[in-house]
Design a protein around this ligand. Structure first.
Ligand code: IDP
Ligand code: MG
Length: 155
């Protein structure tokens, strides 16, 4: 049986500016991912140093941080079967022009850093990133009447 996981998604400033918040959230909803956390987050230099630590030696590091602080971002906690991998699949690869057609990045964006979304890329990353951006009381477990169709056998 597959595992139910939670993963962290950030909708970046380009998603907000381009009025794509609803379209992106709709794609996750239609997949059957459950939104168990949702809020605006104002990113800071300190948070971004942590969040993008793996890019700190890149020439574009300062630029990414500046971009991510242009507006608030929307933080989402999504729950579902193998949610970490499934969300990354729907999001598509980092460079939108190399991402597979049908993914959010390929369909709706053109370039980095403005590729619309951040999504955790491993169990370890999801664990650290959920803690980084959400308190326990901001994550809500609840039942939906569609759970039995999405998660179960439909009966
Ligand atoms: P990911 O978002 O697909 O996990 P990462 O390699 O973790 O990709 O990079 C984080 C973010 O940094 C990317 O989503 C993108 O916004 C930005 N980025 C990555 N590579 C480049 C680059 O070569 N130039 C400018 N921005 C980049
Ligand atoms: Mg990454």
């Amino acid at each position: 049986m597959s595992d139910i996981q939670r993963t962290l998604v950030l909708l970046k400033p380009d998603a907000l500016q381009r009025d794509l918040l609803g379209e992106i959230i709709r794609r996750f909803e239609f997949k059957g991912l459950k939104i168990v956390g949702l809020k605006f987050i104002r990113l800071t230099d300190e948070l971004l140093d942590e969040h993008y630590a793996h890019l700190s030696d890149k020439p574009f590091f300062a630029n990414i941080k500046k971009f991510m602080m242009q507006t608030p971002v929307v933080g989402l906690v999504l729950e579902g079967f193998e949610a970490i991998t499934e969300v990354r699949k729907i999001v598509g690869s980092t460079n939108p022009r190399q991402a597979d057609a049908g993914t959010i990045r390929a369909d709706l964006s053109m370039n980095v850093p403005s590729n619309l979304i951040h999504a955790s890329d491993s169990i370890e990353a999801a664990d650290a990133e959920l803690k980084r951006f959400f308190n326990d009381e901001e994550i809500f477990a609840y039942e939906k009447i569609t759970d039995r169709y999405v998660l179960g056998e439909g009966v």
